[in-house]
Design a protein. Structure first.
Length: 69
């Protein structure tokens, strides 16, 4: 793993933490979707890094991302 790859993984992980916080604590799927789009994240990126989101929450996030695109 080189430095750029480590930095990218760190940025993705930080973004996932922010997304989980927005969904779990603020129930703000729209703002979470904005982060997904801005950071060019995939649902796989999110699922690989957290077990805190339920399937229904992931589905609502997907819907929010699709509606914003």
């Amino acid at each position: 793993m080189d430095v750029q790859e480590i930095q990218k993984n760190s940025e993705v992980s930080e973004s996932v933490v922010e997304i989980v916080k927005l969904i779990k604590h603020e129930r703000n799927f729209e703002k979470a979707a904005e982060i997904v789009i801005a950071k060019n994240l995939t649902m796989l990126n999110i699922v690989e890094r957290t077990l805190r989101l339920q399937t229904f929450e992931l589905a609502k996030l997907c819907d929010a991302v699709i509606s914003k695109k």
